[in-house]
Design a protein around this ligand. Structure first.
Ligand SMILES: [Zn+2]
Length: 413
């Protein structure tokens, strides 16, 4: 399990494991409400002095804790509330209306409609004109996928966590969408995160999927669409396009040939042949509608390439590097771009060093702008006095292990 005895929080005078508060939020509702009315916040005990945590209460009355804005970097690298500095995330490019964090949770303004009126013409899409602006007013599907991954700390790895599978990803994602809204709909109903298949809970999994499907399609004068988040197992051709098989889910998703072509162009690394050779995984966020026959058709989607620990990678070389860093016992975070295409971040940030060290993977591109960017990045790290590990992919992978002072990393059992 990823829950360690160190993950302790102080809530209303009591010290408790965060995992227990998350699993039994309902039982602790009184303690939560007393703490909210009293101190107004909880505390994370990963560091000394303790760090404040926001106490949120969803509109459904369920309590949960969130990191204090702007303090993510101060938490210990393995702490569930740890975040990289704001400059290392595509999240910064969004305005407060695109991702609004409030007392009740987080509201996301997605640039795709989840409901279509059958009587009124569709509203003009406004997001296209602001795509490259500094203040995006809506979140695209890739932005939402990256947000979910980053918020659930699935962009990070720490050797203390030992393993990560879909069961863990699903549990964290479910926890983080609690109290979250996407275009006015509770994320829990608008989005189906494919549950891990287990023989003993298979019927609950099927029931959850049927409930999700029942919301889709025409209801009165409105047509509902939905979001599905799952691991892509296979993409196979059909007479009209392609069929997506998802891990842990029996029902496939269908895409037209035109959409398939666009998706492969937009998310090239996720569909590259080379990626399949390195224990890579792929996750998709699908906007779907239901056909009269009850099939699910993909209207739009975003795909993400991941290493074997479900940490994002921008190329198959980054899959190799991410796997190698974990095997070498390093703690790291993969910065994600969200919908931004021009943002420049380090390929990996090593969080077991103070100050953080960086990893750059140089592919065989030879393009002038790529070379230029490489020089700018190198100069940037030099100015910061940060340690930089560089890998030219035509060369053997450099030594990655590090002897870390016992105070900074390693299991503290
Ligand atoms: Zn902490």
């Amino acid at each position: 399990m990823e829950n360690k005895p160190q993950d302790r929080v102080r809530l209303g005078g009591q010290t408790l494991p965060l995992s227990r508060l998350r699993e039994h939020a309902v039982e602790y509702a009184t303690l939560f409400s007393q703490a909210k009315a009293g101190a107004g916040h909880a505390e994370c005990l990963c560091s000394t002095p303790a760090l404040r945590l926001v106490i949120r209460c969803s509109r459904a009355g369920r309590y949960h804790l969130a990191g204090w804005p702007g303090e993510g970097e101060r938490h210990e690298a393995a702490c569930p509330f740890h975040k990289l500095a704001p400059g290392l995330s595509g999240r910064e490019a969004y305005s407060a209306e695109a991702i609004r964090e409030g007392d009740n949770g987080v509201s996301i303004r997605l640039d795709a409609a989840l409901v279509r009126s059958l009587t009124e013409p569709p509203p003009a899409k406004t997001s296209g004109t602001q795509r490259e602006g500094r203040s995006r007013r809506t979140v695209g599907l890739l932005g939402l996928l990256h947000w979910l991954w980053e918020e659930s700390q699935l962009t990070a790895w720490h050797p203390r966590w030992r393993r990560r599978n879909w069961w863990i990803c699903h549990a964290r994602l479910r926890d983080h969408i609690e109290g979250c809204f996407i275009n006015e709909d509770p994320a829990r109903t608008a989005m189906h995160i494919v549950p891990p298949f287990r023989p003993d809970s298979a019927s609950q999994g099927t029931a959850a999927f049927e409930t999700f499907k029942a919301r889709l399609g025409r209801h009165g004068l409105r047509q509902h669409l939905g979001l599905i988040l799952g691991e892509i197992k296979a993409v196979t051709p059909t007479p009209y396009g392609v069929r997506y098989a998802l891990a842990h889910q029996r029902a496939p998703l269908f895409a037209s040939a035109a959409l398939d072509e666009r998706v492969r162009r937009s998310y090239r690394p996720a569909f590259a042949k080379a990626a399949a050779e390195h224990d890579a995984r792929r996750v998709g966020l699908f906007l779907v509608e239901i056909t009269p026959k009850g099939n699910l058709t993909i209207v739009d989607m975003a795909a993400m390439l991941l290493n074997r620990l479900y940490i994002p990678a921008d190329s198959s070389h980054e899959v190799v590097m991410g796997n190698a860093l974990a095997e070498s016992g390093r703690a790291y975070v993969k910065p994600v771009r969200y919908d931004g295409t021009d943002a420049v971040f380090p390929d990996f940030v090593l969080t077991d060093r103070v100050p953080h060290a960086y990893v750059e993977v140089y592919g065989i591109r030879g393009r002038e702008d790529y070379e230029k960017r490489k020089i700018i990045k190198q100069a940037h790290y030099q100015r910061q006095g940060a340690e930089l590990i560089e890998w030219e992919v035509t060369q053997p992978i450099p030594a990655l292990s590090v002897r870390v002072p016992s105070k900074m990393a390693g299991p503290r059992t």
